[in-house]
Design a binder for this molecule. Structure first.
Ligand code: A3D
Length: 317
């Protein structure tokens, strides 16, 4: 049986961590493409040289030629500029649209049967553009945002309650912007509602609500919090881990239920747009979209988030 092949388009901060994680988990052979000469070659050589130390055995290659992504099963795209302090993700749309156009053409020509996971920002617009240019079916072009946004929400809940993050379950829906929708009602610690635990902890419903609202706010602004600290770019360990989790579910047909930026056809009241929703990811990419009832408040937040996505996508030339 042939080894799986993962192609990384963009060899910057996230690209480097993606390559290392893919190697550590032996997901398959990895090729990293970047337009900067020497950068992908240097990073892949650097990682390859510790195979004996980290006990992985796969082929790692850096390249400036799209021909090398031939036969990729999964392509993960991080090509594009990251945010600097004071910038919104949407400020990147003009420059990153141009980059995404050339990237999607490269993928279409050289890895026509691949599953594509987009990370470049503004995420919802970049996935939309990537699908449009590749012409790949919707189940094969998705975006990573919700796995990370949900992981951030889970982290803040774990810290607040003093429990292991492994036992926290929580999810965000909607676009990857400040209007994303952290689902408070479904946040739990091994099935016990987080709101109930907060009310027990503070013996005060109003205080519990206030604490939850602060965690929701921090989740929505978590990307910006990292940007403000780093000053030179945006988060890179966490988006890489999140995309690798999605890639692994596809490559190993795990059928994980992961918040995914997926194309909707009426689900959650959205038609014809890419929005973050829970999806089953397996060997066919998006195999199911798990739709469920939102209450009036959640639906209103979802509608607001979707409106922001529509405006963003509409602003692309
Ligand atoms: P960075 O370290 O700058 O890497 C980007 C790489 O893209 C650089 O190595 C560039 O040389 C390369 N590049 C530029 N143009 C092209 C091209 N035409 N073809 C191929 N490669 C090209 O950025 P990063 O890795 O920190 O971030 C990459 C993207 O991910 C940015 O758009 C970020 O905003 C975005 N991002 C998304 C999330 C999500 O959760 C969705 C989180 C963090 C960052």
């Amino acid at each position: 049986m042939a080894r799986k092949k993962i192609a990384l388009i963009g060899g910057g901060q996230i690209g480097g961590v993606l390559a290392q994680l893919a190697a550590l988990r032996e997901l398959g052979d990895v090729v990293m493409f970047d337009i900067v000469e020497g950068l992908p070659q240097g990073k892949m050589l650097d990682i390859a040289e510790v195979g004996s130390v980290d006990s992985f055995d796969c082929c790692l290659k850096g390249t400036n030629s799209y021909e090398d992504i031939q036969g990729a099963d999964v392509v993960i795209v991080t090509a594009g500029l990251p945010r600097k302090p004071g910038m919104s993700r949407d400020d990147l749309i003009e420059v990153n649209s141009k980059i995404m156009t050339s990237v999607a053409e490269g993928i279409k020509a050289h890895a026509p049967n691949s599953f594509v996971i987009v990370i470049s920002n503004p995420l919802d617009a970049m996935v939309t553009l990537c699908q449009k240019i590749t012409g790949f079916p919707y189940n094969r072009v998705i975006g990573q945002a919700g796995v990370l946004d949900s992981a951030r929400f889970k982290t803040f809940i774990a810290w607040e309650l003093g429990v292991s993050v492994k036992d926290v379950n929580a999810m965000t829906l909607g676009g990857h912007g400040d209007d994303m929708v952290p689902l408070v009602r479904y946040a739990s610690v091994n099935g016990i509602p987080v709101m109930e635990l907060l009310e027990k902890k503070y013996k005060d419903k109003a205080k519990a609500k206030e604490v939850m609202e602060a965690m929701v706010k921090r989740t929505r602004g978590a990307g910006g919090e990292v940007v403000a600290l780093l000053k030179t770019g945006s988060a890179f360990y966490s988006p890489a881990s999140s995309a690798i989790c999605m890639a692994e579910s596809i490559l190993k047909d795990q059928k994980r239920v992961l918040p995914t930026c997926a194309h909707l056809n009426g689900e959650f009241g959205v038609k014809g747009f890419y929005v973050g929703v829970p999806c089953v990811l397996g060997e066919n990419g998006v195999e199911q979209i798990l739709e469920f009832e939102l209450d009036a408040e959640e639906q209103a937040m979802m509608d607001k988030s979707v409106a922001a996505v529509k405006e963003l996508v509409g602003s692309m030339k």
